[in-house]
Write a protein that binds this ligand. Structure first.
Ligand SMILES: Nc1ncnc2c1ncn2[C@@H]1O[C@H](COP(=O)(O)OP(=O)(O)OP(=O)(O)O)[C@@H](O)[C@H]1O
Ligand SMILES: [Mg+2]
Length: 361
């Protein structure tokens, strides 16, 4: 019987040394990953992504806490007794073996009946669309093709969970985008749980059912790509995912139906959606594409001057300096012939209430 939760990580900490001066690599991490979920660990270099993945796989012993896979506690079990498989960044195919032999290797190790192996290899080759290249050696394949073989090899023993540690980072941008689509398709067709590690926020948003954003050994927020982008709960999360502007200021009134924010050094009050924060010093965050550049003669807006104009094809980005000296980036999509504003021209910025994210100062 399948459990509703595939992986249960409870209060896991990991220290590589006894030195109390060194911060733990994982600091009281809890996360529950569902069956068939495409779950991504996202965070900057050194935040503990690989450590968490290796702890789930069993290559690292956790210092405290527990890990369950499919309802069974595994944190004391060796890697080969956990029904997980890993695809590493350097996918290390066996160079002297053909594509088909590489895929079959794990099946032999697993002790699958000999007569069943060719059928399973064929099925895996079809899954990653590599049937026509079964006899090639890894050196005769492109980077993306090698990546597919690594994926097929890891999926062949039918693990409950596949752990993928930055599997696309060796590929160039175009191939990487192609492989993203491929990964998602394979995950859905194979119907297994993927735990995917990346420090590329766009990749995380595109592929994931849910994302855990990590920083310094902790998980700061877990949510769908939409949650994480639209409702970041920490300044770090807001900043790490997409572009965002911050304005320091005061939250003046908080009520069920909305709040008023006064930016530091600007004589305006901005109506925001309701907030759970107390009145006082806060930060208002907003995405460049959620604000509107309006005529400077309109009242109640943030006023400033355009300092730089960046044309990026689908949109134009304006870097503006507000009257309180805070720099903000604004994005206007290029629909039809909009009149571009030039450097030095005065602008006013309108923030609709739903665009305003209030955060602790
Ligand atoms: N074997 C080890 N011994 C001691 N410290 C380690 C070891 N492996 C990792 N660390 C430390 O633990 C912390 C987390 O490392 P980890 O490899 O999990 O980060 P990461 O998020 O995967 O980073 P990256 O994006 O660079 O791969 C880092 O401070 C790292 O220096
Ligand atoms: Mg890593």
């Amino acid at each position: 019987m399948k459990h509703t939760s595939s992986i249960e990580v409870q209060r896991v900490s990991k220290r590589y040394t006894d030195d109390p001066e060194v911060a733990p690599a994982l600091d009281d991490v809890s996360v529950s990953i569902r069956h068939n979920e495409f779950f991504t660990l996202l965070g900057p270099s050194g935040c503990g992504k690989t450590t968490l993945l290796r702890s789930i796989a069993g290559f690292e012993q956790v210092t405290s806490g527990s890990i369950q896979i499919g309802g069974q506690r595994v944190d004391q079990l060796p890697p080969y007794k956990r029904r997980v498989n890993t695809v590493f960044q350097n996918y290390a195919l066996f160079p002297h073996m053909s594509v088909a032999e590489n895929i079959a290797f794990g099946l032999e190790m697993q002790g699958l009946e000999h007569s069943a192996i060719p059928g399973r290899v064929k099925e895996m080759l079809a899954l990653v669309q590599m049937e026509h290249l079964a006899r090639r050696r890894p050196a005769e394949l492109s980077g993306g093709q090698q990546q597919r073989v690594a994926l097929a090899r890891a999926l062949a023993p039918r693990p409950d969970v596949l752990l993928l540690d930055e599997p696309l980072s060796a590929l160039d941008l175009k191939l990487r985008k192609e492989m993203q689509v491929e990964l998602k398709r394979v995950q859905q067709e194979a119907g297994i749980t993927f735990i995917f590690v990346t420090h590329d926020q766009e990749e995380a948003l595109t592929l994931s059912d849910r994302i855990a954003v990590m920083s310094a050994g902790k998980i700061l927020q877990i949510g769908t790509p939409n949650d994480i982008y639209e409702r970041p709960q920490h300044r770090f999360v807001a900043h790490f995912i997409g572009d965002i502007n911050f304005l320091p200021g005061k939250l003046k009134r908080c009520a069920q139906n909305g709040s008023l924010f006064q930016p530091e050094g600007l004589p305006v009050e901005i109506p925001c959606a309701s907030s759970t924060l107390d009145a006082g010093q806060v930060q208002l965050a907003f995405r460049p594409e959620r604000s509107k550049l309006v005529d400077p003669s309109e009242p109640h807006h943030l006023r400033g001057v355009v300092e730089a104009v960046l044309y990026v094809g689908t949109a134009t980005l304006y870097q503006c300096r507000l009257a309180n000296d805070v720099k903000v980036m604004l994005r206007e999509s290029n629909e039809g012939a909009t009149s571009a504003r030039s450097v030095g021209s005065p602008v006013a910025v309108h923030l609709p209430p739903h665009a305003c994210l209030l955060m602790e100062a």
